[in-house]
Design a protein around this ligand. Structure first.
Ligand SMILES: O=C(O)CCC(=O)C(=O)O
Ligand SMILES: [Fe+2]
Length: 367
């Protein structure tokens, strides 16, 4: 059994279980099932080194990728590829070379969502309600009982610099903290560049997306570790969701598949592309672009033979910002499709209800 607070998926696997505990079993409609579509070979890959030579062409390619997939790979992105290798190998070391008690020195606060540190639950455990009322829309409802993800993680708060406190990050391996700080800086720069290109690709000024969030970007770097699962057909590494903020930059192990995108009503497995970075549009971009671009719905599946690791770098608005469709994109024939939303409220609602695909964003739809 997983003990609240100290149990991690990795400790179940190390204990040698052959069947997953019931709280990890997905309802039949959410289980991975056989692949519904062949691996996508047409998934867009954009060479950013061409930006200086032919910005129009890169912008066009990004626009097409955003319209068709809400996601794309970038290569020649300016982030040293050695840094991508280093953060993956240091993260593997943290999860695989330290004992559970050593890792628990960095445990996140399980009662607060997205708190920094070593954790396993994405959503808060249902709070015992003294007198549950049938009319309450809370997470104790049967419909909303959370199934646990087959995943452990380490979340780092990295930007703005006022949130960055490397003393809360692993001391081992020795270069861990320095590499995470450098990774955060490089990814922050790339995210700004990409938001400029995305903004232009939808027909707005280069800084329109950044301006919409007051120019300040909040960044978290989350390493997800998916231990091998004895029953991968019953579980998910991470349930279906879209990310909440602006854009996510993701790297994964080169040789272990697991990330799937929901496209044209099917789950498509994404081949890892060595040294490319995956860009995922998140919910606030969908609101800002008034639905012209859709956030990418994705999930992670598990496998029975190898652990899998990914590093997701989230770029989000400040919690005080109100996000609404950009006026530049509104006309009498293209009225706002989303209600304005305070980003802090959006995040708390997401964590209390759970993602269930894109239901949190869909709840803001006006038409
Ligand atoms: O592990 C993956 O590939 C997906 C991670 C992810 O979607 C997330 O951390 O939000
Ligand atoms: Fe995600």
């Amino acid at each position: 059994m997983v003990e609240e607070g100290s149990g991690r998926v990795q400790s179940l696997v190390e204990a040698g279980i052959s069947q997953v505990p019931p709280q990890y079993i997905q309802p039949p409609e959410s289980r991975p099932g056989p692949p519904q579509a062949p691996h996508s070979s047409e998934f867009p890959c954009i060479d950013l080194s061409e930006t200086d030579r032919d910005r129009d062409r890169v912008r066009e390619a990004i626009g097409k990728a955003c319209l068709e997939w809400g996601a794309f790979h970038v290569t020649n992105h300016g982030v040293p590829v050695g840094l991508l290798d280093r953060i993956r190998s240091l993260s593997h070391s943290f999860f695989e070379d330290l004992s559970l008690p050593e890792k628990l020195n960095y445990a996140c606060d399980p009662s607060s969502p997205a708190s920094q540190g070593y954790g396993t639950r994405m959503l808060l455990p249902p709070s015992p309600s003294p007198s549950p009322s049938p009319s309450q829309d809370n997470h104790n409802n049967q419909d909303d009982t959370f199934v646990l993800d087959w995943r452990d993680y380490f979340d780092h708060h990295t930007l703005p610099l006022s949130r960055r406190d490397p003393s809360r990050w692993p001391h081992y391996p020795p270069s861990y903290r320095e590499v995470v700080a450098q990774y955060s800086d490089e990814m922050g720069e790339l995210a700004r560049r990409l938001m400029g290109l995305i903004s232009e690709s939808v027909g707005m000024g280069i800084s329109r997306i950044e301006d919409a969030v007051g120019g300040e970007i909040y960044q978290n770097v989350t390493v997800s570790y998916y231990p091998p699962c004895p029953q991968p057909d019953l579980t998910l590494g991470l349930q279906s969701h879209s990310d909440m903020g602006l854009i996510t930059l993701l790297i994964q192990d080169d040789d272990v598949e697991g990330l799937q995108l929901f496209k044209d009503n099917q789950w498509v497995t994404l081949h890892p592309l060595p040294h490319a970075i995956l860009v995922l549009l998140s919910d606030q971009i969908e609101i800002i672009t008034n639905g012209k671009y859709r956030s990418a719905q994705h999930r992670a599946i598990t496998n029975s033979h190898r652990p899998r690791l990914s590093v997701a770098t989230f770029h989000d608005p400040p919690k005080t910002t109100t996000i609404s469709p950009a006026p530049d994109l509104l006309t009498p024939s293209s009225p706002p499709r989303y209600r304005p939303v305070n980003y802090g409220h959006y995040v708390s609602s997401w964590y209390s209800k759970g993602p269930k695909g894109k239901r949190n964003l869909d709840a803001l739809l006006l038409i």
